[in-house]
Design a protein around this ligand. Structure first.
Ligand SMILES: [Zn+2]
Length: 72
């Protein structure tokens, strides 16, 4: 977490992405995460997913959320 949060927000006036896993809007906007076709995952959750154990309930939970968005 070495992001310096003093840069002007370019996304001002635009719709900021909301992470579909945690529901948070990342400070860095659209560039602070992973843009999917129908959604967005913030860097924090991206890291979380990478370290989750496949088959664990937390993993399943996140996968379900992502699937729900991708299936729309
Ligand atoms: Zn997130």
């Amino acid at each position: 977490m070495d992001t310096v949060n003093n840069t002007p927000v370019e996304e001002m006036g635009k719709v900021l992405p909301r992470c579909l896993v945690c529901g948070e809007v990342p400070a860095g906007g659209i560039r602070d995460g992973l843009k999917l076709k129908m959604g967005f995952i913030c860097t924090e959750c991206e890291k979380k997913i990478v370290h989750l154990e496949v088959g664990s309930s937390a993993y399943d939970d996140i996968i379900e959320k992502i699937k729900a968005v991708l299936m729309i």
